[in-house]
Design a protein around this ligand. Structure first.
Ligand code: BDR
Ligand code: CA
Length: 314
């Protein structure tokens, strides 16, 4: 049976790659794209999600606009230096023709969870404000969804925004704290695995060859993204963080996971840090009383790359 998912996203180049991967996956039923600020402001994220749907001919997929500000603190500074002025590298997309679903992202998540109790996996690949707000709107949400898969965090490796924090969690650390503390099955795909798999330019060339429309868009937008990721290293690479949780839903055997108690930092120095204590490794009640999550620690690189290519080729 297909996995019903809602993809919570801030498109974004690797978001686009992940969204197309979901579109192309026969065993994924995508109920909607719920957008959030992050790589770009939320209005742009929502328009970009519509653009991606139109490019793929998926005009029937609902797209919602969600939170545009962190749970606490000032407006974000966004990541145009990674994803480009409009979120897709050097590409300036035509304004989409389609309209947004009028509901907020959080309300859409709650409505769908009530409609399909126990069936939906929330896949969050941006900052976590929409999920935190959905938990406030419907405190029973953890019982209504099947699980939550997140691209974000860095458990046993350094961060990518600060020495300790990954961008999605750093961008809305208070929201992440709420989401990580909720009583649901949460699997975290952080930099532990996503930064461990550099993709060479030939990878996006193959995506474009297999799927000129969707792969071609990823190839073109990824040139800017590769410029960013290739600074200070000899080879030319980029990272497709956001596609990992979807790959895991479809092929869990490609990943190794470990269980641990998690805390999210919300202070000045530890903002967005995801500190994971594997079970039984600390006597501290500060961690042992904290929620348990699963963290991806290893992935089979070559099979993952083949899965992406084969799926774009469908
Ligand atoms: C995450 O941050 C964003 O730049 C990417 O889209 C991804 O979700 C990686 O740290
Ligand atoms: Ca993202």
């Amino acid at each position: 049976m297909a996995h019903k998912i809602i993809l919570d996203t801030d498109p974004g180049i690797d978001d686009a790659m992940a969204i197309f991967f979901a579109f192309q996956s026969p065993d994924i039923e995508l109920l909607g794209l719920t957008t959030v600020y992050g790589n770009v402001p939320v209005t742009m994220a929502a328009q970009n999600a519509l653009t991606l749907c139109e490019l793929a001919g998926k005009n029937d997929i609902p797209v919602t606009k969600g939170v545009g500000m962190p749970w606490v603190g000032e407006e974000s500074t966004y990541a145009h230096f990674v994803h480009g002025e409009h979120g897709f590298g050097h590409i300036k997309p035509e304004p989409p023709k389609g309209e947004l679903d009028p509901r907020s992202s959080a309300q859409f998540i709650v409505d769908m969870a009530r409609k399909y109790p126990g069936e939906i996996t929330l896949v969050a690949i941006g900052p976590l404000g929409n999920l935190a707000l959905a938990l406030r709107l419907e405190p029973e949400l953890p019982k209504l969804v099947k699980g939550v898969s997140i691209m974000g965090g860095a458990a046993f490796v350094p961060g990518n925004v600060t020495p300790v924090a990954e961008a999605n969690i750093w961008n809305d650390a208070h929201a992440a704290e709420i989401v990580f503390a909720a009583d649901w099955d949460l699997v975290m795909f952080g930099l532990d695995v996503t930064n461990d798999v550099p993709f060479a330019p030939t990878f996006v060339d193959v995506l474009a060859e297999k799927n000129p429309t969707l792969g071609g868009f990823v190839q073109e937008s990824a040139q800017f993204y590769m410029d960013f990721y290739s600074q200070n290293r000899e080879d030319r690479v980029c990272f497709f963080h956001d596609a990992f949780p979807i790959a895991h839903l479809r092929h869990p055997e490609l990943f190794e996971l470990t269980e641990g108690h998690v805390r999210v930092g919300t202070g000045t120095l530890d903002r967005g840090q995801t500190v994971v204590a594997p079970k039984g490794t600390t006597p501290s009640p500060l961690w042992n009383d904290a929620n348990t999550i699963k963290v991806a620690t290893k992935v089979d690189h070559s099979r993952l790359e083949k899965l992406f290519i084969d799926t774009y080729a469908l």
